[in-house]
Design a protein around this ligand. Sequence first.
Ligand code: SF4
Length: 320
Amino acid sequence: MEPLLVVKDLKKYFPVKKGIFFGERAELRAVDGVSFEIRRGETMGLVGESGCGKSTTARLILRLLEPTAGEVYFGKTAVFTANKEEMRQLRRKLQIVFQDPYSSLDPRMSVEEIVGEGLTIHRLAKGKEKSERVAELLEMVGLGREHLGRYPHEFSGGQRQRIGIARALAVGPELLIADEPVSALDVSIQAQVINLFEDLQKELGLTYLFIAHDLRVVKHISDRVAVMYLGQIVELTESDELYRNPLHPYTQALMSAIPAADPRPKGRRMVLEGDPLSPIHIPSGCRFHPRCPKRFDRCDKEEPVLREVSAGHWVSCHLY
Ligand code: SF4
């Protein structure tokens, strides 16, 4: 099957000031050579600690940021060289649900205005037809017509996220990027919102890029999972395979941090040394080596490349 989204060697470096006095410049390598594909109808999980570059990757795909290098294709359209009309189409077909349901909804707009805005911008409906469509969308996400005239502050976090999802769905997207969509919600609400994403996918045939810092969250919804560390993908495989057989020491550490009530490969908890490193000071060789409990001679000298070590299982580590 043709992939719906292709990301090729994507890079985003931000210039930053290094020293206070001499205006020394440095580069923050937020995304540093990321490549993956998403098949139509699948959910790709993108997971890693905060600051690993996953949200920047999402913003690059949506062209909310211009890349330093690399290519993104949505179907046959090259996103970074798309003309005005192609961009207008892409803005409909690619939608995002943001992490924070509190700051992502304009408090001065009613739910009807928030959800209906895209219908107006893309001239998809107006007047009574628009109100009807908004009401349908609210029902689709588990809210009701009685909510049309209300304002964001009248809703709980979970309900606000449902409004954000309805807004994204209004324009008929094919790919939905969910950027940490449940991290700001209570654990008891998280499962409900994830179930909603799953139901909508079945109903509407959506494709998802589902971003989270917690492997537990992506596990339930993803067909495949890519693990990111310091701007690069270090492991990518089918979700079941990743949980059964995590290969990269970083994935193993993330996995071992999942509470024991969750089914996971048996073994001792692996504790990572140190805090996540800064993308301004990328270590030589394998960028994970200062924290890796399995590092050996070669690791600080030679950078590993992402290789397919068994069918569909990609890992970037000298151990394989
Ligand atoms: Fe650890 Fe070396 Fe593998 Fe990097 S290449 S993850 S340092 S074992």
